[in-house]
Write a protein that binds this ligand. Structure first.
Ligand code: FES
Length: 169
């Protein structure tokens, strides 16, 4: 996995767009990927700026972005959950696993929970097919995750925050 090179200019995508001075609509996906890599997600402001830069209707840029589940529209959560939907994971039950993640966290893929604790992303093969179905949380691969074990797994990521809160009481 490549390291995220976060931009230092808040969420203003101008510094990304200036890397594509003569870009046309065929560069839409790479530019959206670059913006997301720089800021961690696609803000509404950045989608508007990309549309303006490429002289494309906002509705078309938004439509393309939302078609692909690689894009996120909220700032990343404290813990980032990636659910692999590659072929091996699909065969071994990643679809119900993804539903269980969404249900447990009460959030759709590509979004962040209201408390900012978890963001959820659907990814293609993460290169651990022999361990399918796989979930990656904060870069840590969890192998052969059963939907029934999910609650406990996610709770283990909440514990430090709860412990620190209790310590303050
Ligand atoms: S398909 Fe999930 S790790 Fe390869």
């Amino acid at each position: 996995m490549t390291a995220v090179a976060h931009c230092t200019c808040d969420t203003n995508p101008a510094c990304v767009l200036e890397r594509y001075p003569a870009a046309g609509p065929d560069q839409l996906i790479p530019i959206l990927q670059d913006v997301q890599e720089s800021f961690g997600y696609l803000s509404r402001e950045s989608i508007v700026a990309v549309a303006k830069h490429l002289h494309m209707p906002l509705s078309r840029v938004h439509g393309v972005a939302t078609f692909y589940n690689q894009f996120r529209y909220d700032p990343p959560g404290k813990h980032h959950v990636q659910v692999c939907r590659g072929t091996a994971c699909h065969v071994r039950g990643s679809a119900p696993l993804l539903e269980a993640v969404k249900q447990e966290l009460e959030v759709e893929a590509g979004r962040t929970t209201a408390d900012g604790e978890f963001s959820v992303e659907v990814v293609a093969c993460v290169g651990a097919c022999g361990l399918a179905p796989v979930i990656v949380v904060d870069g840590q691969v969890h192998a052969a995750v059963a939907a029934t074990a999910l609650k406990k797994l996610l709770k283990s990521y909440r514990v430090p925050a709860q412990a620190s809160t209790q310590g303050k009481a």
